[in-house]
Ligand binder design. Structure first.
Ligand SMILES: [Mg+2]
Length: 245
């Protein structure tokens, strides 16, 4: 906890960014969530994915769209993801499921030259840590134009189909990619996804969206070190602050 004395600003998403005091050791590995972190939440890819999940369940179980919606929500509540419910109770192949639900239009994701420049200037290794699959991550990064910066994509298959914030997958990631949590930083739009990372000693960056701020209302945010509404700007400021030391 770097800024424990500093109140977390939950007032809105209006470009707020912050510069933190110098730290003894800067991260040498940066982990980035993908969805709504590397691209703006307003792209709303999840609305498309949500429709595909409902359609998949309706087709697979032979039920109406309304019944599928009920199942989708129930499995999400009881199994962590709708996919895990479909795997556990209906023997669904997760690879086939993910290919189906990610068969969407990626054109809402814009090119991101500012993010590309910020990542180019940021020292250290960079990895993607996503609850999607590799194919989805590659399509998003192709649209953004930032794929060249990332040495690996740690996806939901690599995490044995568990989503964040399941602690075990964070452990798997650091072992698999030889990451020292004390020298790592993790950026995600969902505040609770940052908690296991903080518990392991990572620096945390909350990329706030309107939805994730609303979801975090009244929750404990003491595990968050930094917050921003614009990741590219925050990273650029971070690098500028380091170079002035
Ligand atoms: Mg996300």
């Amino acid at each position: 906890m770097i800024n424990g004395q500093q109140a977390i600003d939950k007032s809105g998403c209006d470009g707020y960014s912050e510069t933190m005091p110098p730290m003894p050791q800067d991260p040498d590995v940066w982990l980035f969530d993908l969805d709504n972190t590397l691209y703006p939440a307003r792209c709303n890819l999840f609305a498309q994915i949500d429709v595909r999940i409902g359609r998949y369940i309706a087709e697979r179980l032979g039920v109406s769209p309304e019944e599928a919606r009920v199942v989708q929500k129930k499995y999400w509540r009881e199994h962590g993801t709708s996919m895990r419910g479909m795997m556990s109770l209906h023997g669904v192949d997760p690879r086939q499921y993910l290919a189906y639900v990610h068969d969407i239009d990626y054109s809402p994701v814009p090119a991101a030259p500012a993010l590309d420049a910020a990542l180019a200037a940021l020292p250290g290794r960079k990895l993607i840590f996503t609850a999607g699959d590799v194919a989805h991550a590659e399509k998003v990064m192709e649209r953004l134009g930032v794929a060249r910066h990332f040495e690996a994509i740690f996806d939901i298959a690599a995490g044995d189909w568990w989503p964040k914030p399941h602690r075990q997958i964070y452990e798997t990631l650091v072992k698999l990619h030889n990451v020292d949590p004390a020298r790592a930083a993790f950026a995600d739009d969902i505040s609770v996804n940052l908690k296991p990372a903080a518990d392991m000693g990572m620096r945390t960056v909350w990329v706030r969206t309107h939805e994730s701020v609303a979801r975090a209302a009244d929750s404990d945010l003491s595990h968050i070190d930094h917050q921003t509404d614009d990741l590219a700007t925050w990273l650029t400021d971070w690098v500028a602050t380091r170079s002035q030391r």
